[in-house]
Design a protein around this ligand. Structure first.
Ligand code: FAD
Length: 529
């Protein structure tokens, strides 16, 4: 547990602080006007724990004294997740709430007992999986207890006949895949936060992995859930499909810890692919690229991974590869008639050569007119698919404001949404690089995932991003969803009523009141106070 606390305290993805290569730093300075000065960082400190003695006694009786942590380091490590604002807070910039204790139950029964006890004691609970939320989902509340699920780390059972597996909620994605691989199975859920995020966290946020076109979003993988609510335990999902009223699993999937703590998830699993093939293409222009992805989706021939970068994201990828190689590539593409290069990565994960040949041919037929850069680009993307958080830390260390936000809409509105969000971000951030990609496509629409890079404000680093984020959220309202896969958390809660309406909010509030009458479960998340 000491290692885990160290990792959470560091907030950075790796132990060694990553640095940008000199060519990338030079390029950034030139493009954004980045300088060497930014707000000095400070050491984060915590006030003493005010966990009442009675609460300490009760929690200790349930989980054991060594699993009720009130020391400063354990509490500071679990003040929030990994959004840009959270990372700033870890550098002593901006406000932070520190929980009074961290409680680590061992199994679903202990979770249920902790939730019940906290409801009786009137103590708020923040469920904490991998802590990778980027929307304030694990932001600690005042006078709260963080319920860390790290000890719920077991594969409970595998039903090979039905292709189902039951995991405890705290199992991290790499451990889940390792355990399934022993049975020749996979979940196929590979978000960029794969290395740290948990099965319970995926279910609680309706997560979407990079291979969502092939394996589906996480909610498509959930067959059943076991949840500890403040009123007792519930289990939903007894069959692959059911007409027994509304599907109550979906009250829990995406409930972000506000209705209960998910303790076990039954997931649908598949045979491990025998062949993985990733290739890179370049399409001329964003509109044309989005059209290609739409046709692939509507003709039902999407590869398992399908990811289209806009011109700015493609330029940044080229610039980061550095110097001569990038210049040569640009010249080659120009000679092939590509003036506005947009990178398209497609990846197939299949059982045999025949399946690959059939699916690949169907995709390639719709890619006529694009330039094929082959497996080198595809494999380079696959091998670097988890580099995002490392690059983000390096950018943070270089004094950059770096953050992502995402949305989704129907194809007919996609380009309007794309243009409006871009404009909102560039208007509020000034000399910034705003990049975007589509990585989740459906027959009716797609997600848009934006990344921004701007020199960090010296006077008001947190306010700089809050204003940009607010502008982007306002641009999204009425055109798309406030979140395609990052969830609501604290950050998006004020925008949810505009998306689901007052009556929709009343329904959520009614469910919360039924399952959590005293409002102790993850206060302020999903439903704004
Ligand atoms: C670098 C980076 C890349 C990311 N890439 C992706 C991506 O590709 N796709 C994607 O979907 N998301 C992505 N995310 C967001 C994040 O990883 C997901 O939201 C993930 O599902 C969170 O899992 P977690 O275990 O870390 O949950 P946490 O961050 O610990 O919690 C997330 C929310 O769920 C609640 N919660 C957690 N566990 C439980 C439980 N057992 N019961 C009830 N509530 C619970 C928490 O209270 C919180 O509200 C990324 C984040 C980072 C930092």
């Amino acid at each position: 547990m000491a290692n885990r606390t160290d990792q959470l305290l560091r907030s950075a993805w790796t132990a060694e602080p990553p640095q940008l290569p000199p060519h990338a730093l030079r390029w950034l300075r030139q493009e954004t006007g980045l300088t060497d000065s930014w707000t000095p960082t400070r050491v984060m400190t915590a006030p003493p724990s005010e966990l009442p003695e009675k609460a300490h006694e009760v929690l200790t009786a349930i989980v054991g004294a060594e699993h009720v942590l009130t020391d400063e380091q354990s509490r500071l490590g679990r003040t929030g997740g990994l959004s840009y604002l959270d990372l700033l807070a870890h550098k002593g910039i901006g406000d932070v709430s520190v929980p009074d204790a961290v409680v680590l139950p061992a199994d679903p029964a202990e979770v249920a007992a902790v939730v019940k006890a906290c409801a009786e004691l009137g103590l708020s609970i923040v469920p904490f999986g991998g802590g990778t939320s980027v929307v304030g989902g694990v932001k600690a509340a005042e006078r709260s207890v963080v319920l860390d699920l790290a000890r719920l780390d077991r594969l409970v059972l595998v039903d090979e006949v039905s292709r189902l597996a039951v995991f405890q909620a705290g199992v991290r994605a790499p451990d889940a895949e390792k355990a399934l691989a022993e049975y020749g199975l996979t979940l196929g859920h590979v978000p960029q936060s794969f290395e740290r995020a948990t099965i319970g966290g995926f279910a609680a946020t309706r997560s979407a992995g990079q291979a969502s076109s092939g394996y589906g979003r996480f909610e498509d993988m959930v067959e059943g859930v076991r949840v500890a609510t403040a009123r007792g335990e519930v289990r939903f999902g007894v069959a692959p499909a059911s007409a027994a009223g509304p599907d109550l699993r979906h009250l829990m999937i995406g409930s972000e810890g506000a209705f209960g703590v998910i303790t076990e998830v039954t997931v649908r699993v598949r045979p491990l692919p025998a062949i993985r093939r990733y290739e890179g293409f370049v399409v001329d222009g964003w509109d044309r690229g989005a059209d290609v992805v739409r046709k692939l989706a509507q003709d039902r021939v999407l590869a398992d991974v399908t990811r289209l970068s806009d011109v700015d994201e493609t330029n940044v990828s080229f610039a980061l590869t550095g110097g001569l190689k990038a210049a040569g590539l640009r010249a080659y593409l120009k000679a092939r008639g590509i003036n506005e290069p947009c990178m398209l990565i497609v990846g197939w994960e299949v059982q045999d050569r025949h399946e690959l040949a059939m699916r690949r041919a169907a995709t390639l037929r719709r890619l006529r007119g694009s330039v094929r850069l082959g497996r080198v680009l595809g494999e380079a993307w696959r091998h670097g698919r988890f580099n995002g958080p490392r690059q983000r830390d390096a950018l943070m260390n270089a004094g950059v404001c770096v953050e992502t936000l995402e949305t989704a809409t129907h194809w007919s509105q996609l380009n309007e949404l794309y243009a409006k969000v871009r404009l909102a971000l560039t208007d509020s951030l000034g000399r910034a690089i705003v990049m975007c990609h589509i990585s989740h496509a459906y027959e009716t629409g797609a997600s848009l995932y934006f990344t921004v890079i701007a020199p960090r404000s010296i006077e008001d680093p947190a306010g700089q991003w809050k204003r940009a984020k607010a502008a982007a959220c306002e641009a999204i309202a009425g055109l798309g969803t406030i979140s395609h896969h990052h969830a609501v958390g604290v950050d998006h809660a004020p925008y949810l009523p505009a998306e689901i309406g007052d009556l929709g909010m009343e329904v959520l509030a009614a469910v919360k009141k039924t399952l959590d009458p005293s409002g102790i479960l993850n206060p302020g998340k999903l439903i704004a106070p």
